[in-house]
Design a protein around this ligand. Structure first.
Ligand SMILES: [Zn+2]
Ligand SMILES: [Zn+2]
Ligand SMILES: [Zn+2]
Length: 137
């Protein structure tokens, strides 16, 4: 059995269409390829909006390669955001970007690279970069 995708207008076998859990298992109108592509585009869009606001550069080491950049909870209160939503798991970056946009870019976030974000985590809230700078001063 084949079905036409609403988006790319290609005929594909029904196994290429995901079922909707909210609609008695009816097939989605768009094929999985289009569906995944849209999610990817959305995700890229969220990231762009967020970093356009907070800056495309690590606040600590000035790293500016987009793939390395992440959002940091300045006060290390990420657990509050998780608790508010009753999430046991860690926030995914997509969840986080979406939340930041919805909350209107709160100033408790900043741009950090993965290294500094991790450095802050293992350094009790202070990235090892900062400690080195302090020793030098
Ligand atoms: Zn399609
Ligand atoms: Zn950094
Ligand atoms: Zn750092």
């Amino acid at each position: 059995m084949e079905k036409e995708c609403n988006r790319c207008k290609e005929l594909k076998t029904v196994s290429r269409f995901a079922t909707r859990t909210d609609n008695n298992g009816a097939l989605r109108g768009v094929c999985m390829d289009c569906f995944n592509k849209r999610i990817k585009e959305q995700r890229a869009g969220y990231k762009k909006q967020v970093f356009d606001h907070y800056g495309w550069e690590c606040k600590c080491c000035q790293e500016s390669i987009p793939e390395f950049l992440t959002m940091d909870h300045i006060n290390n209160d990420g657990y509050l955001d998780r608790m508010k939503r009753g999430w046991k798991k860690k926030l995914t970056s997509k969840d986080l970007y979406y939340m930041i946009i919805k909350e209107g870019f709160p100033d408790r976030f900043q741009t950090l690279c993965q290294n500094c974000n991790l450095g802050k985590l293992i350094g009790d809230g202070v990235c090892p970069h900062e400690k080195i700078c302090q020793i030098k001063k």
